[in-house]
Design a protein around this ligand. Sequence first.
Ligand SMILES: [Zn+2]
Length: 550
Amino acid sequence: MKKVCKNSAPVFVLIAFFLFLLMPMQSWAAPAKNVILLMTDGTSSTHITLTRWYKGSPLALDDILVGGIRTYSAESIITDSAPAATAFATGHKTNSKFIGILPEKTTVPGVSAIIEADQFKPVATVLEGTKLLGKSVGLVATSQVQHASPAGFSAHTPFRDQYTQIAKQQVYENIDVVFGGGMQYMLPKTSGGIREDETNLIKVLKERGFPLLTSREELLAFNGRKAWGLFAPDALQFDFDRKDLAPREPSLAEMTGKAIETLSKNEKGFFLFVEASKVDWAAHANDPIGVISDLLAYDDAVRVALDFAKKDGQTLVMAFADHGTGGMAIGNKEFYKIYDKLPYETVLGPLKKATYTGEGMDRILGENRSEFNIRVQMMQNYAVDDLTALEIATIQTAPRQRAFATVIGPMLSKRAAIGWIYTGHTGEDLFLYAFGPNKPAGLIQNTDIAKITAISLGFDLAETDHKLFVDAAAAFAAFGATTHFDNSDKLNPILIVSKGIHQAILPIDANLLLVGKTSHMLPGIVVQIPKSGKVFVPQKAVDLLKEAGW
Ligand SMILES: [Zn+2]
């Protein structure tokens, strides 16, 4: 035996060597040409179970269930949407409200400690990494596109609510397709928006060759290679309310289909992130109709992505949620004594009779909050004919618009044997769905979504960090240049780089390097982190000045 092994060793070495020669072609080819991520915000398995019962047949999701996903952030077992989106987009767990930057502190067991030099440091997203490959990239959401989840893929800030700043960063990221709501964050007050500065981001988009689509008709007729579609000043309507109350808005499936059609014109491939944003909002309000409305719309969008992936054969689709919301239960205290004899009709009957979500009902009732109108509308649109005097009074004094759902949702839940723990997020593991090349299986981390996406498309996230976010002060000092942060125009701060007679300007939140009258477009945006004051720039900005003989 010993002898055989000895003699065959050189043969094995030779075979291994030839295999090694053959390897590069195989191992360096990216497993997938395209990646589509579809996320439903604030959705646990109960939300999905209830939606399947409502639909009465399997969901598109059911065919591609592959495992589970762990959701905690760097500082809490229950995550906020911003660190969750950062995990999915960058592969790093971070703090509450943080978008695309490393944490300030980590407290959850198992999350690596953060060294002081890395606190708040911007990190590359899979959208940014894909863009560097020459592929096309897109974002679709039913909230304003500046909201936490889409922002996690396209912005870098410790403040998730800074929608006007996030809007600016997204515009200068040169994202090929952006569809959703949020027009008001793009325009100055003088042009009907809410921006405090005079920057008109729609004008910037048009100068950069992006057509602006503002209605469902324009979206469906669009035939180009890149576009922004903003169909509402803020978030879009819930899907159940959309057809009657906002017929000019497209569905999530329509936006997803058009995004795929547009992005797939790039022969190199694409990355797309799609979010059903408002399932979370409905769950915060404990409104089961809002949950069902937008989960059905989400499932339609998943079907659109799957249909493309099945035909294409080179597309990885992953679908997941960022956290649970509300702690929804099928079963509530009212039905404790008969839960094991609960007829289907008891749960689904009241839900199926509801025409609008809680938010939609606010608009149906309008200004007329008389007892008569409330009884008529609740009968017509919810088949509820047993409102108590207390319920009438509660509706009459309820907060308006989105918050109105917090009153209607619980009234319907009570009648349909739906329970809720509270109105916040929850920390359980969630379902993971996937289809296509390199699909994951088993229980994974939210951060694995970014890692799998990057590996599948053939790039390295850490390498992308080095290309897109270098510490400006240190990088320019290395060749004798100095930097000065100038925020005399508080709404449009700049970084000034100087060396001898030379001077260059890097506007914060934009992808520009201005030298004299020349404006260079950078492959990524310039980011200033407010707390540390540090400015991060793409390596290209440093290289350009070196090449210019600085
Ligand atoms: Zn939420």
